[in-house]
Ligand binder design. Structure first.
Ligand code: BES
Ligand code: MN
Ligand code: ZN
Length: 494
């Protein structure tokens, strides 16, 4: 699928399918107004007849156009004019993609940069067009024939001369982020018997090979043993697949600039271990590596954006299975930090990998550390599946992430990491327990991590509710790649 900017004026344009916008109360966008004039008032007639109201995400395909160059028009509804927010714009775009798909055209022209969207400029709009088209046209094909492969091969984004420059920048950003999202989704959707820790490490090497500023190193279990990563290794003892600690380095900044460290939970399958999970829906625990695939996606986007930053990506990867040598409830582990941990539930394994990786992150002298993890079912109970949970020990960093989430339409919601909750992690036999009981499970999980993040500015994203969709439309979302790409773009600008 290719994207490019088209600047030829609408009356001279040749297109198999032209997308233009309409607001509620049947108000036309500037392009729709122009097109209506070129087509002898055809659009006006259809609207007067009530074929489309202009409600958000409504679409109307018009097939027979009295204009030599334009074969089809798709009218796209955006809702009340003056009140189109960023999320509404994306929602309408997704509906537009569906209409384009149904029309089976191979090329289309999107004249939707002239929609007035709150807090958005042409660059943002062009970027979203690429991101939403790419996201909606994604098809899983690794182990199954495509049911309905999309016909669309090329999308032209219409931008007249004064808007061309911003649109071009937005298009390039959109492409980079879309490629990152795509990588994350492809890896996440793979089953656990294909996407093992070893496979993830191979993919990291392949990615590093594709980008000059990116390099990859993988720590094996013996290396982790030498580092004293007793918490991490205890999880992998329950599985026959060797664990890997994937370490990527992107060097786009000054040699001495402190790196942003991203840590992604990479459980390629989480059965719970001896504290075995119930069977229903357990297949979805192949997605327990979405933090890891997210880090790979962000690094791909950062490389394509050629960001002037130094970034380290760390992906602790393992399976969590019930073997004779697996963790048992009551076992006590010594983490790399020296703190001992009582395993009260072997299913709270993500924090055991992450705590040693957080300790490891210290050696990079990080500017900030952000971990992303499908950490707790409790986060879904607390927040549902719209925002990711945001936790952290630094208000500025949390505010930056919140703002980036709003811009990228990949929202987060801040949760407390208070002293009171830390009490719940007390153990009679170790420095801390790996669970805090039934209350506030996503918070006590974050509290656990915070104990290993005392020496740097740190944020934690619980993506349990946002990294994949459950149900009939099951599949990875690629979140939080857009959020973190935006965060890095913002950081690279200052
Ligand atoms: N990977 C799971 C969290 C999870 C569960 C994410 C369901 C998305 C959907 C994590 O390793 C886990 O099992 N957490 C436990 C923690 C509990 C034992 C304190 C959970 O959420 O049940
Ligand atoms: Mn678990
Ligand atoms: Zn897990």
């Amino acid at each position: 699928m290719d994207y490019s900017i088209e600047s030829l004026s609408l009356d001279k344009l040749q297109s198999a399918c032209l997308l233009v916008g309409i607001y509620e109360n049947q108000l036309f966008s500037p392009s729709a107004t122009l097109l209506d004039a070129v087509c002898n008032g055809l659009l006006g007639k259809l609207v007067a007849r009530g074929d489309i109201k202009g409600k958000n995400a409504e679409t109307l395909l018009i097939n027979n156009i009295p204009h030599a160059g334009i074969e089809r028009i798709i009218l796209v509804g955006f809702g009340e004019s003056g009140k189109v927010g960023r999320k509404q714009y994306r929602k309408a775009l997704a509906a537009a993609v569906k209409a384009v798909k149904d029309s089976k055209v191979v090329t289309a022209t999107c004249a939707l940069l002239d929609i007035a969207v709150e807090n958005a400029d042409d660059q943002w709009l062009a970027r979203q067009i690429v991101e939403v088209f790419s996201d909606s046209l994604y098809q899983y094909s690794a182990t199954k024939q495509c049911d309905n492969p999309p016909d669309l091969q090329h999308l032209y984004i219409f931008a007249d001369q004064p808007h061309k420059q911003l649109a071009e920048t937005g298009l390039q950003q959109g492409l980079a982020i879309a490629r990152g999202v795509e990588l994350s989704k492809q890896l996440a959707d793979l089953p656990g018997n294909i996407c093992t820790p070893t496979y993830l490490a191979e993919q990291a090497f392949i990615l590093a090979g594709q980008h000059e500023k990116l390099s990859c190193e993988v720590l094996e279990e013996s290396d982790m043993q030498a580092l004293g990563m007793g918490a991490f290794l205890s999880v992998s003892r329950g599985s026959r697949q060797p664990a890997k600690l994937i370490s990527l380095s992107y060097r786009g900044g000054e040699g001495n600039a402190r790196p942003i460290v991203l840590i992604g939970k990479g459980l390629t399958f989480d059965a719970g271990g001896i504290s075995l999970k119930p069977g229903l829906g357990m297949d979805e625990m192949k997605y327990d590596m979405c933090g890891g695939s997210g880090v790979l996606g962000v690094l791909r986007a950062a490389s394509l954006l050629n960001l002037k930053l130094n970034i380290v990506g760390l992906i602790p990867s393992s399976e969590n299975l019930p073997d004779g040598d697996a963790n048992k409830p009551g076992d006590i582990l010594t983490s790399m930090s020296g703190k001992t941990v009582e395993v009260l539930n072997t299913d709270a394994e993500g924090r055991l990998l992450l705590c040693d990786t957080l300790t490891y992150a210290r050696r990079f002298n990080p500017e900030v550390v952000i971990d992303l993890a499908t950490l707790t079912g409790a986060c879904i109970v607390a927040l549902g599946r719209f925002p990711s949970g945001l936790f952290g020990n630094d208000d500025t960093l949390c505010a930056e992430l919140t703002a980036a989430g709003e811009t990228a339409c990949d929202s987060v919601w801040r949760m407390p990491v208070w002293e009171e909750y830390q009490e719940l992690l007390k153990s009679n036999f170790a420095d801390l327990a790996n669970i805090g009981g039934p209350d506030g499970g996503s918070i006590t999980a974050a509290c656990f991590l915070s104990r290993f993040a005392e020496d740097f500015r740190w944020a934690h994203l619980d993506i349990a509710g946002t990294a994949w969709r459950t149900g009939a439309n099951k599949g990875a979302t690629g979140r939080p790649v857009p959020l973190l790409s935006q965060f890095l773009l913002d950081r690279a600008q200052v």
